[in-house]
Design a protein around this ligand. Structure first.
Ligand code: BTN
Length: 310
């Protein structure tokens, strides 16, 4: 009902009478007034008077009704431990393909390689549950598809040079604005679900303790809408998932990459590898040309771009 009321109010530039709303929604005028009060309490600026109601401003909160057509598989929380945990629970219980979990804050936001992901107010933190009918080996293509989709979207929406860093970070001018974590469960060799979590620094300050990070509001010098970014990403990512054309993903990703042709150091808990990043293969592994000229495939790790040969 809230979504329907907002839809009507958004279409009107002038006041909409309570009588009109009640007739169009098939509810009493008192019920209309109660819904309006609830929306006001949630941060919607709705002017009410004898001539009716007018929507003046909407909060930048990703309530489910702000994403028409997705409400039935959209879970918004002001705060959770981690959207990955909620998504995993939903996925294990059999939630639908393309279920979305989004939170304003995370108390226990998780990054890659067991790191903490600071998740203060103003950032965009969400996980999408996808159920692609593909073998495990091809699942990394979907993760690459997600980071590529977000980088392209940020370029289109804000005209910024958002680029991808192996494996799935998004950087602007060498500073990280977005990180991605994926978690998968499979049966035999088929993917049961793949959860893709993105943390995007939007209107939050990543803080001085994360010097190589930045946020969209710092880059652009203004606040931007988290709702619009999320809606844009979900539409584009879902369209790509529906087409299921992942053949070209890695080659497209490579065109947006700032890792290739650079000297890099890859750190895992077991070893440190260094060399020139010469390729990303079809499984998403980074191919390094090491000092002795041999090629080394790296499937995971922390990637550091080096300015000169290590
Ligand atoms: C990384 O760069 O280390 C990955 C960061 C991924 C953070 C996102 S925020 C939404 C989702 N929930 C989490 O706990 N983590 C991911």
């Amino acid at each position: 009902m809230k979504g329907q009321i907002l839809e009507i109010l958004r279409d009107e530039t002038k006041m909409t009478s309570g009588e009109d709303l009640s007739a169009r929604l098939g509810i009493s005028r008192v019920a209309v007034w109660k819904h309006i009060q609830k929306l006001q309490a949630l941060g919607y600026r709705i002017i009410g008077g004898p001539r009716g109601y007018q929507l003046v401003e909407s909060p930048d909160v990703p309530f489910g009704w702000e994403f028409p057509g997705r409400e039935h598989k959209f879970f918004y929380y002001p705060e959770v431990a981690s959207t990955m945990d909620v998504a995993k629970e939903l996925a294990r219980k059999g939630c639908a393909d393309f279920t979305v979990v989004v939170a304003d804050r995370q108390k226990n936001g998780r990054g890659r390689l067991q790191r903490v992901w600071r998740s203060a107010d103003g950032g965009l933190y969400f996980t999408v549950v996808v159920r692609p009918q593909i073998p495990i080996l091809l699942s990394t293509r979907i993760s690459f598809c997600a980071s590529l989709t977000m980088a392209r979207l940020l370029q289109e929406m804000f005209g910024i040079a958002a680029r991808v860093k192996w494996p799935n970070d998004i950087l602007v001018a060498e500073r990280k604005i977005c990180g991605m974590l994926s978690e998968m469960e499979a049966e035999a060799d088929q993917v049961t679900f793949l959860n893709i979590g993105l943390g995007l620094n939007v209107n939050n300050d990543p803080g001085p303790d994360v010097p190589a990070a930045d946020s969209l509001s710092r880059i652009l010098g203004r606040r931007v809408s988290r709702k619009e970014i999320l809606a844009g990403f979900l539409d584009k990512f879902e369209a790509r998932m529906k087409k299921a054309d992942f053949e070209q993903v890695i080659s497209e990703w490579k065109r947006y990459s700032i890792t290739l042709s650079r000297f890099v150091k890859i750190v895992t808990h077991r070893e440190v590898s260094a060399g020139m990043a010469v390729d990303v293969d079809e499984s998403g592994a980074l191919v390094l040309k090491t000092a002795d000229g041999s090629l080394k495939r790296i499937v995971y790790g922390d990637c550091f771009h080096q300015d000169s040969q290590p």
